[in-house]
Design a protein around this ligand. Structure first.
Ligand code: IYR
Length: 246
């Protein structure tokens, strides 16, 4: 920089220049939108996401891999603890592996529905009409399993701590669901419990645990969903609440 005064030798360089472990910082200047356009975009984004439903009846129509790649890249835009991005999205299209997953998931689910669920849990699920049958795990063109990385693994196998892992992976999964819905596909947050069989079938390392399984595809032509409502804003929010309001 020849047109700048050289730093006087008695002035210490600023911390950012001295600290090589820090990311370089770059300007962030997202475009300002007109208020009317902000409102229109907010309404249209809400309407789009509000139309999403969890689907359990899928078509076997193929879905290009490129779309699944884009959904995973979208998920990975999520914020994460210390920017560790502690997730791995494992995509499966191979029928033999989908079959293995279905059989193992159904075995766990049968045990869960018959012996592991409390009466209260069974009651809570009754309106949704779910059971241990998971044929969609074979019907769908894709299964994606999100794994959480409990810790990272450095060179020579050293353990590296991750932070807010569940929050981070939960956020990434939310963005994944939004991406799938936005491209006109459907999915379901399926969590057969326990999910350890997924680590084995998919050959994942010991630092990873299955987090959510997503069957992905087009809804079946005759797909139906329960006629549920979403809580109104008044039930899901509080505004300028006063302390000790009893
Ligand atoms: N994992 C089981 C049970 C289940 C649990 C909850 I919480 C749900 O919202 C739905 C289902 C299953 O997939 O059937």
């Amino acid at each position: 920089m020849p047109d700048r005064d050289p730093t006087p030798p008695d002035v210490a360089p600023v911390a950012a220049d001295a600290d090589a472990s820090r990311y370089p910082f770059i300007p962030y200047r997202p475009q300002r939108l007109e208020p009317a356009l902000m409102r229109a975009r907010a309404e249209s984004f809400f309407a789009q996401l509000d139309a999403r439903r969890s689907v359990r009846h899928f078509s076997d129509e193929p879905v290009p891999r490129e779309l699944i790649e884009l959904a995973i890249r979208t998920a990975s835009t999520a914020p994460s603890g210390a920017h560790r991005q502690p997730w791995t999205f494992v995509a499966v299209s191979e029928p033999a592996i989908k079959r293995q997953i279905r059989l193992a998931a159904e075995a766990e689910e049968r045990e869960t529905y018959e012996n592991r669920m409390s009466e209260e849990w069974r009651e809570a699920l009754r309106p949704l009409g779910t059971d241990a049958h998971k044929p969609y795990l074979e019907t769908v063109p894709w299964i994606v399993v999100a794994f959480e990385q409990r810790h990272g693994v450095g060179e020579d196998g050293r353990t590296i701590k991750n932070f807010y892992v569940k929050e981070s992976v939960g956020l990434a999964c939310g963005m994944f669901i939004a991406a799938i819905h936005n491209m006109g596909l459907a999915t379901l947050t399926h969590t057969p419990s326990p999910m350890g069989f997924l680590s084995k079938i998919l050959g994942r390392p010991a630092n990873e645990r299955p987090f959510i399984l997503f069957p992905i595809g087009y809804p079946a032509e005759d797909a139906e969903v329960p006629d549920i409502q979403r809580k109104p804003l008044s039930e899901i929010s509080a505004w300028d609440p006063s302390p000790n309001a009893e």
